[in-house]
Design a protein around this ligand. Structure first.
Ligand SMILES: *Cc1c(COP(=O)(O)O)cnc(C)c1O
Length: 360
């Protein structure tokens, strides 16, 4: 069976060494030494001075919205994972969708402008598939309308924009270290923020708002992560360069094997170094997408319709709206299997089935 993704696992011995240290210390969670070590190593690896390791990428989004004290409307993308939108609703704000650019599949700056009202407090959007948004244009809009910017950078481990980690942009960037992501800690996530005050606020918020065991500075929640998760991150981080390089090699192989396919791929931002986190292909129509998925499934291959359906059409807690580009793209895109130990033979096999389907 070939799934769209398969978690990277480090050699078990390397993980067990960390676990045996945890047993010796009997320190399982609450700002333990491995959590601290992982935060330091991630800062060094990513070149991001301000980062906090959290429970998951969804809590990271919720804490970001809370820490910036956002109210009213937040302009967001309909082409993302549900957590991007649901976090806005969960924090008591109203998501207002702005359509995506048909070439990049990221939010379009022109649609952001059109979606802004006197109630808008922020823009919260996703760098889809690890491809940075039009960060400079979004920055100009945010300054003009006095809005905060949060980037859901869940796909962006290893992506750079203008030579810096893409996590450095926006008032806050969040990411996910879930097992399905390029770099993972089984469950996990992080916030990145260049304001020391906001970062400090989130540091309190992730630990119930505790200042000392008996005093509190903030309203808080439990957003801490544990030593066993940090251990997995420390092991995986040693392989991050290798994982990133392999992703590119495998993507190049797909490019080669799918040369004759009638399809397009998202246009990568010119100022970015892409991390090859996913391999999306945009086909001519939904019918061909369905036939390809059917034939792949028949061969025990399970791609994902990632992201489908467009979020403006499917959430029972939101009024429906119309986002033509996002709706059309979500019907035409599939994300092909891509993970560290996928072989060239498997890529060729997958590609042959896809080509055969299109040619029939
Ligand atoms: C994975 C993902 C999330 C959620 O992260 P979790 O760590 O699973 O909570 C949020 N947004 C996007 C775009 C994602 O891909």
């Amino acid at each position: 069976m070939i799934n769209v993704t398969k978690p990277f696992l480090p050699p078990i011995q390397e993980y067990l060494e960390y676990i045996s240290g945890i047993y010796k210390r009997t320190w399982l969670t609450n700002n333990g030494p491995l959590v601290n070590e992982l935060e330091i190593q991630l800062r060094n690896y990513l070149g991001t001075p301000h980062l906090l390791f959290l429970t998951n990428g969804t809590v990271a989004l919720q804490l970001a919205i809370k820490a910036l004290d956002l109210k009213g409307e937040i302009v967001t993308t309909p082409f993302s994972y549900v957590a991007t939108t649901s976090s806005i609703v969960w924090e008591g704000c109203k998501p207002v969708f702005a359509d995506v650019d048909p070439l990049t599949m990221n939010i379009s700056p022109e649609s952001i402008e059109r979606a802004i009202t006197s109630d808008t407090s922020a823009i919260l959007t996703t760098h889809v598939y690890g491809n940075p948004c039009e960060i400079d244009a979004i920055d100009v809009i945010a300054k003009k309308h006095n809005l905060k910017v949060i980037y859901d950078a869940a796909h962006c481990f290893g992506t750079t924009y203008k030579g810096k980690s893409v996590f450095q942009y926006g008032d806050i960037s969040t990411t996910s270290f879930h097992a399905t992501k390029l770099f993972h800690t089984i469950e996990g996530g992080a916030v990145f923020c260049n304001s020391p005050e906001i970062l400090k606020k989130i540091a309190y918020m992730r630990n119930f708002g505790h200042d000392t065991p008996e005093s509190f500075t903030e309203l808080g929640i439990n957003g801490k992560n544990s030593e066993v998760h940090a251990a997995m991150g420390l092991c995986n981080l040693k392989y991050a360069d290798e994982i990133l390089a392999k992703r590119k090699t495998l993507s190049d192989r797909y490019d080669f094997a799918l040369k004759c396919l009638k399809h397009t791929k998202p246009t990568i931002n010119q100022s970015a170094k892409f991390n090859y986190a996913y391999y999306p292909v945009i086909l001519q129509n939904e019918e061909i997408v369905e036939r390809i998925i059917y034939n792949l499934n028949d061969n025990q291959i399970f791609p994902r319709r990632y992201f489908y359906p467009s979020l403006n059409t499917c959430l029972p807690y939101l009024e429906k709206s119309v986002m033509p580009n996002s709706e059309t793209l979500s019907k035409k895109v599939i994300t092909l299997p891509l993970y560290h130990d996928l072989s060239f033979e498997e890529i060729d096999f997958i590609s042959r089935i896809i080509l055969r389907t299109q040619n029939n």
